[in-house]
Design a protein around this ligand. Structure first.
Ligand SMILES: [Fe+2]
Length: 279
């Protein structure tokens, strides 16, 4: 007799969307291969500030300024306020240690400096401890519009402002906890939930759709594309999202999901994970 709580053993594809997209590619960029953390990464004030060459600060400035031309009126209030809470500026790459202090004051999150893309288990463990893994590497100018590597423009400018929003901050910790417990087909299901919320989420504010996903706010093309008629927008529904296995990781998104509130994100995520026995 089957135990209802048994691990799901349906023969679904358990590869991540990135693994599927990379299949058959001859030259895999070494920056996109996840590394296993050998030791505990530096957190907060343990993090050193690199001796960046001037051109890195210039790249940061170009990236920030061109996004800021587009974000007001398109990014949600919580994201815009989060930038102020963090004290993000265009003319200098921020110190991860300073950002960690500000996040800690706002929502009790801190920043962990990691060398690049890290192994899933390390990533989920850090999230479950309210530590946001960030690199301090800035993409080169030739990769201004798109870089396959994790870089600090995406990590800092894309992700960190939302971690100052209390409901979102709680949701992201829950996500880490659930992901550590997930096995089998629940792993790609959680990956899809991450994709359509943390990376490409929309939220309704005063009747208008606004962006909050890090993959949108940090992409020059996605900011306008995500709010255009070219995108089909569905109401946020974890059951719908987890079964959506046909999204693109390297192209503009043609389907997105919109929240009514960040409370809905925490509650909806908690209900779904509890129904799967993940929390
Ligand atoms: Fe991201």
């Amino acid at each position: 007799m089957m135990d209802e709580d048994a691990v799901d053993t349906t023969p679904e594809d358990e590869r991540s969307a990135y693994e599927k997209a990379q299949e058959g590619q001859e030259d895999v960029d070494p920056r996109t291969i996840p590394q296993k953390l050998e030791e505990h990464p530096p957190i907060g004030e343990e993090i050193d500030y690199p001796d960046y060459p001037g051109e890195d600060h210039e790249t940061w400035q170009i990236l920030v300024e061109r996004q800021m031309e587009q974000l007001p009126g398109r990014a949600c209030d919580a994201y815009m306020r989060g930038q102020e809470v963090l004290g993000l500026e265009a003319d200098r790459i921020p110190h991860l240690g300073d950002l960690s202090d500000r996040l800690s004051d706002a929502t009790d999150w801190t920043v962990a400096h990691v060398p690049g893309l890290i192994h899933e288990k390390d990533f989920f463990t850090l999230l479950s401890e309210r530590k946001f893994p960030s690199t301090n590497y800035v993409r080169p100018l030739e990769e201004l519009d798109y870089t396959p590597a994790p870089d600090c423009f995406h990590d800092i400018f894309g992700h960190m402002p939302m971690l100052t929003q209390p409901d979102f901050a709680d949701f992201y910790q829950l996500f880490g906890q659930a992901a550590l417990n997930a096995e089998g087909a629940d792993r790609p299901r959680l990956e899809r939930l991450h994709w359509f919320t943390v990376e490409f989420g929309l939220i309704r504010e005063q009747g208008n759709q606004r962006i909050f996903g890090a993959g949108i706010v940090s992409s020059n093309e996605e900011v306008t594309h995500a709010l255009s008629d070219e995108v089909t927008v569905h109401p946020f529904d974890p059951e719908h999202i987890v079964e959506k296995d046909d999204y693109e990781v390297y192209n503009l998104q043609d389907e997105l999901f919109v929240l009514d509130s960040f409370e809905q994100l925490v509650d909806g995520f908690r209900d779904w994970t509890e129904s799967r026995g993940l929390l």
